[in-house]
Design a protein. Structure first.
Length: 202
């Protein structure tokens, strides 16, 4: 059998979800269920995009079935899913259910039902479980440990000039001190030799 590259199964699933979107959208606009129609909807509570209280998530960690008949309010439908307020043990709860999370839709008044495959959600969960956990880059850590220390930042030009001036002043003071010591050692016999003594007499 040839491989289904068109993926008719996914197209059919999308078309079926379109039916649910249209039916719920009409009820949201009109504000009531026509005739004896009412809906039983099952959905994956662990699917991406589902919003519900922690209390409900802990009681139904995988799948939950709700009934839209008499006690529901605030039904809002968009392109991705629908939101509704239901009462659970006399406590109102706000839910948001993406159409992709729905596993079953049933209207008992006319015995009409739709069943949705959850293989896409299962494949996504398997990919997340098989993905290797993130680990630190040990090579990068080793290279950082072996790297030589960074050189000290260069001093500004003004600071360098001041340092040179200080060194020059110290050298000049040392030279003056040596000259002074030499003069004191020679006493009164010390003579000043001028440059004229080295000139040749003509």
């Amino acid at each position: 059998m040839a491989t289904d590259l068109i993926r008719y199964d996914l197209l059919v699933q999308d078309a079926m979800r379109g039916v649910v979107r249209k039916v719920l959208g009409d009820v949201a606009v009109s504000g009531y269920l026509p005739g004896d129609h009412h809906f039983t909807i099952s959905f994956r509570t662990d699917a991406p995009g589902v919003r519900m209280s922690r209390r409900l998530a802990e009681q139904w960690p995988q799948e939950l079935t709700i009934i839209l008949q008499h006690q529901f309010s605030n039904l809002v439908v968009d392109e991705e899913g629908f939101g509704v307020t239901l009462s659970f043990r006399s406590i109102p709860e706000n839910l948001y259910i993406p159409f992709a999370a729905i596993t079953g839709f049933y209207d008992p008044s006319v015995e009409f039902g739709l069943r949705f495959e959850t293989s896409e959600l299962d494949e996504l969960e398997e990919e997340e479980e098989e993905a290797p956990p993130a680990r630190p880059n040990l090579r990068a850590v080793d290279e950082a440990a072996e790297a030589p220390p960074a050189p000290a930042p260069a001093k500004p030009a003004a600071a360098r000039a001041e340092a040179k001036k200080s060194v020059a002043e110290k050298a000049e003071k040392k030279a003056e001190a040596r000259a002074s010591d030499a003069a004191e050692g020679e006493g009164d016999d010390a003579k000043v030799v001028s440059i004229d003594a080295f000139r040749k007499k003509t």
